[in-house]
Design a protein. Structure first.
Length: 158
């Protein structure tokens, strides 16, 4: 086999394995899947703050009696963030503490982002919940969102 052909096959294998890895979003998704599926009416006064970009709300099993479908992993809840590019939803469980110590730690949330009180990781909600300080190992687990009729925000994962 010629050298050019060997190089070609090598590049094909490297490229294929690179793209194969980049399509798998679950490599950094250390928080186990739980059923999440609820709809927020953005005209409901309790959720009107989500109409402003940069705002957030926290959802849990007690919110509107939605139960486990809004509880997130281990009942830690879900953060719904109104970004300038649309809505985002993240599990409130710190992925680093879960991956390293199998601990289910609820992150604290304020307008500067989310913060783990145990490992000290700070997450930027405006940047897809990536860690910006602390361990910087894993982003928060994200859930799908879709907006219907500029009013109903659905959050789900399956």
């Amino acid at each position: 086999m010629s050298t050019k052909l060997k190089i070609f096959f090598f590049l094909v294998i490297v490229t294929t394995s690179f793209f194969g890895r980049s399509c798998r979003h679950d490599e950094n998704d250390v928080i186990p899947d739980v059923h999440v599926d609820f709809i927020i009416d953005l005209q409901d006064p309790d959720f009107s703050n989500l109409m402003v970009a940069g705002s957030f709300d926290t959802i849990n099993a007690k919110t509107r009696n939605w139960g486990q479908r809004a509880a997130g992993f281990n009942g830690n809840g879900i953060i719904v963030y109104a970004g300038i590019d649309g809505f985002h939803a993240y599990d409130r469980t710190c992925p680093y503490d879960y991956a390293i110590s199998n601990l289910s730690v609820r992150v604290k949330v304020d307008y500067s982002g989310a913060f783990c009180p145990v490992c000290g990781t700070k997450y930027a909600l405006a940047a897809f919940a990536v860690p910006v300080s602390g361990t910087k190992a894993y982003p928060l687990k994200s859930y799908h969102t879709s907006l219907e009729n500029d009013r109903y925000l659905r959050v789900w994962n399956k």
